[in-house]
Write a protein that binds this ligand. Structure first.
Ligand code: ZN
Length: 139
């Protein structure tokens, strides 16, 4: 019997319907090795460069978006910024626009009531809650 050994990231990409090129495998490996977090293309590009991977920002940006389209990451929009969350479970976020810090809201997740019916021919794909934070003023 022939046993083929595939890197786990290679298998994950195939299962997501993405052709496992070397840059995609490098990026997915770095995502998996980095643990749970919220990435920006710019900071992640720098992290990859620091680790000796010479990938262009455009490649990193396009790959993160492609991974989000294939549900390997979640894209989270916070006003004019967006992040790529490595937690693909359904969840919501705390966000502090002053510091740029974003984090998962721990379970139990907030419940959304009274969602409107979607317009004709449309369905609701997702509802994402961003709970905006600011530091309490000093007394
Ligand atoms: Zn998250």
């Amino acid at each position: 019997m022939l046993v083929r050994h595939q890197a786990p990231e290679q298998q994950m990409l195939r299962e997501a319907g993405i052709r496992p090129t070397t840059p995609r495998m490098t990026i997915l490996r770095a995502i998996l090795d980095g643990g749970h977090r919220h990435l920006t293309p710019e900071s992640f590009h720098q992290e990859l460069a620091d680790a000796g991977h010479g990938l262009s920002l455009a490649t990193v940006y396009n790959t993160l978006n492609q991974f989000a389209e294939s549900d390997l990451l979640r894209r989270v929009g916070c006003g004019d910024r967006h992040f790529f969350c490595t937690n693909t479970r359904e969840h919501h976020h705390f966000y502090d626009a002053r510091t740029g810090r974003i984090e998962d809201i721990p379970d139990p997740q907030p419940l959304i009531h009274n969602l409107p019916p979607p317009p004709d021919g449309m369905m609701i794909e997702a509802v994402e809650v961003i709970v905006r934070l600011r530091r309490m003023p000093h007394n």
